[in-house]
Design a protein around this ligand. Structure first.
Ligand code: FFO
Ligand code: ATP
Length: 199
């Protein structure tokens, strides 16, 4: 599918702008945002009922998922993290994450669990897929870091079965409209520290 250069330029401009905005949040703003979000999510019955949840380790000013991970562990939930697929470019694997799981830094400078096939979870067995994003709009369209990793993962999502995706973001990551590419899959739900969006 040929990409329109104007559209990819618009998307890159939004990416750069919002990444700068979220990196500008200071430590106390980040801590307040993380606590507010964890509190909201832990009050949601679907989270309470879930057994296996995929999170992501925050970087680049992303909403800090640490407090949520800790709270989920305390509630005996199984937590998974994405890892770059070792030989299928652009694809993610999901590996079990516990307090003593060895982490390695991947080529995109993000920590991920060391590859161990015994700790892999097929997507179909995941209950909730918390999804990182750079920008979102009021229709649930998301723009990521530009690798297409979550676009490829979200292709397997069906409204009536399997894992359910929930986007996590700071309020400042909302934009008027994301210029959409054919492969983009809108999220059914996004939580920010002050709002809950559901489509
Ligand atoms: N916390 C978190 N983990 C995640 C994602 C994410 O958005 N957030 N991803 C969501 O898809 C995947 C990683 N996607 C990425 C795609 C592009 C770049 C990137 O362009 N990074 C550098 C440039 C590359 C380099 O330093 O070599 C940059 O910061 O500009 C980073 C991550 C999997 N793990
Ligand atoms: N389902 C898919 N199948 C094949 N290629 C895809 C798919 N989704 C995205 N891509 C490719 O991945 C590249 C990056 O896509 P895009 O810019 O939409 O990523 P993103 O949504 O910002 O990133 P991410 O999903 O990792 O957060 C594009 O060049 C696109 O061609």
């Amino acid at each position: 599918m040929p990409q329109s250069p104007e559209l990819s330029l618009q998307r890159q401009t939004i990416r750069n702008h919002i990444r700068r905005q979220r990196r500008a949040l200071d430590v106390s703003q980040q801590a307040a945002a993380a606590a507010a979000l964890a509190q909201r999510l832990l009050a949601d019955p679907r989270i309470t009922a879930a057994d296996s949840l995929a999170l992501f380790l925050s970087f680049d000013g992303e909403l800090d998922t640490r407090p949520l991970v800790e709270a989920l562990w305390q509630r005996n939930k199984r937590v998974y993290l994405p890892a770059l697929h070792p030989f299928s470019p652009g694809h993610l694997l999901f590996l079990r994450y516990e307090a003593d799981t060895p982490l390695v830094v991947n080529r995109l400078h993000i920590s991920e669990p060391r590859l161990d096939v015994t700790r892999l979870l097929p997507l179909a067995r995941l209950d909730i897929l918390f999804t990182p994003l750079v920008a979102f709009d009021a229709r649930g369209q998301r723009l990521g870091m530009g690798g297409g990793f979550y676009d490829r993962t979200l292709r397997h999502w069906r409204r009536d079965a399997g894992f359910y995706p929930i986007g996590l973001a700071h309020d400042c990551q909302q934009v008027d409209a994301i210029p959409v590419e054919p492969w983009d899959i809108p999220l059914p739900e996004i939580f920010t520290p002050s709002r809950h969006w559901r489509w």
